[in-house]
Design a protein. Structure first.
Length: 168
């Protein structure tokens, strides 16, 4: 059985959603947090200190957020580096996480497009783009920015070409 490519595995992640991302106090989060700063409820083992009572304390956004597996992918590339003590490593890790989130979102959109009735050339193009995006998302090489960004741009254009057929 193959693993769901969009499943988050928080046990294999450095809690990047709780560290790399920013959030504003509101209905989804109980306090403001700057990007790159750990949530003040994050424990040293990368576990949530208020996990059982997040909803009661106003952190529903933590429950609904889904990195689609970007967190464990980024964490695995930086597993041997001390990103908590070295800001340059942290910046690279957070950039990788951000890129992987975009790749996973596009990967999911291209996978979902398989449910559309596409002619053979469009189906083949979708499959090729999906394979390319998946290769970048599964890569354990740290620097993939230029090629991945180009693949994302190409995939966005492809999806825009499909959009007119979806609205009517």
């Amino acid at each position: 059985m193959t693993q769901d490519p969009f499943a988050a595995d928080c046990g294999k992640c450095f809690a990047l959603c709780c560290t790399a991302l920013s959030f504003d106090r509101g209905t989804q989060f109980g306090h403001d947090k700057l990007a790159g700063q750990p949530c003040h409820f994050l424990a040293s083992d990368f576990r949530c200190g208020i996990h059982a009572k997040r909803d009661d304390l106003g952190y529903e956004g933590c429950e609904t957020f889904d990195c689609m597996g970007a967190g464990q992918r980024a964490s695995s590339v930086f597993a041997g580096e001390n990103w908590q003590r070295d800001p340059s490593v942290a910046r690279r890790l957070f950039a990788r996480f951000s890129l992987l989130m975009r790749l996973q979102e596009m990967r999911q959109a291209l996978a979902t497009a398989a449910t559309l009735t596409l002619d053979a050339p469009l189906h083949d193009e979708r499959e090729m783009l999906l394979a390319t995006i998946a290769d970048y998302a599964e890569s354990r090489v740290e620097v993939i920015d230029a090629g991945a960004s180009a693949a994302l741009a190409e995939a966005r254009l492809f999806l825009k070409r499909l959009a007119p057929g979806l609205s009517g």
